[in-house]
Design a protein around this ligand. Structure first.
Ligand code: TZP
Ligand code: MG
Length: 211
């Protein structure tokens, strides 16, 4: 995949915002996010038809701004909507199962150690997500944060594999995370909870540009 797509990777579910989620998403798209992941999970997450309808609305907004639309966890929905990609964790459907059924699409996996990363590479994923780098309140079952240690190890051991950092990221962390070897930052709350998601996104986009 084109690694620059990972540079400002916004992740959101309807329960990550305190105002209309499509409004927040459009602001982020205007601000210049490079990739979007719908992550509809946890308390008050939409289910059933409301979930599918919301996903379709997010997808059409992304299409309007020509930003790829990725679905978290739910491979069936990604196929149903002909999404641009899917992102799975270690306890979701395995990347080795998904890959042959999802050719030409973006497949990302969360990894927490080099063994998981090696397996992901063997499965043929397009990128890996590594984190939490810093403490996060957006993932209930997150493992303890480990700073940029794993990103450094991973990028040295597997230099060709695109890496996106996740967890507690603010625009101020951009230089540290990219210098550790990540290709980009994935962000929930710093954009989803911002009063002005366009401005919040622009602070990430500008930080990446200024490296
Ligand atoms: N995986 C590891 S941390 C995290 C996920 C999904 C949440 C990141 O959210 P935030 O608000 O950017 O810390
Ligand atoms: Mg998952």
């Amino acid at each position: 995949m084109d690694k620059t797509l990972l540079s400002t990777y916004f992740i959101m579910g309807s329960n990550n915002v305190s105002r209309p989620p499509l409004e927040v998403l459009e602001e982020a798209l205007i601000g210049g996010i490079t990739l979007f992941q719908l992550r509809e999970k946890g308390e008050n997450a939409l289910t059933g038809d409301a979930y599918v309808e919301f996903a379709k609305q997010c997808q059409s907004l992304c299409q309007k701004y020509k930003v790829p639309f990725i679905v978290n966890d739910d491979f069936d929905l990604a196929v149903q909507l002909d999404a641009d990609g899917v992102h799975v964790g270690q306890s979701d459907l395995n990347a080795t199962v998904i890959r042959p059924q999802f050719k030409g699409k973006i497949l990302g996996v969360s990894v927490h150690n080099l063994e998981e990363m090696q397996n992901a590479i063997q499965a043929g994923v397009d990128y890996v997500g590594i984190g939490p780098v810093y403490a996060t309140s957006s993932k209930a079952d997150a493992i303890p944060p480990s700073g940029t240690k794993m990103i450094k190890e991973a990028s040295q051991r597997f230099p060709a594999m695109p890496i996106v950092a996740i967890g507690g990221l603010q625009a101020e962390h951009t230089a540290e995370v990219l210098q550790a070897g990540a290709d980009g930052l994935s962000i929930i709350s710093a954009i989803a909870s911002a009063e002005d998601a366009t401005a919040a996104t622009q602070s990430f986009v500008n930080a990446v540009k200024n490296i």
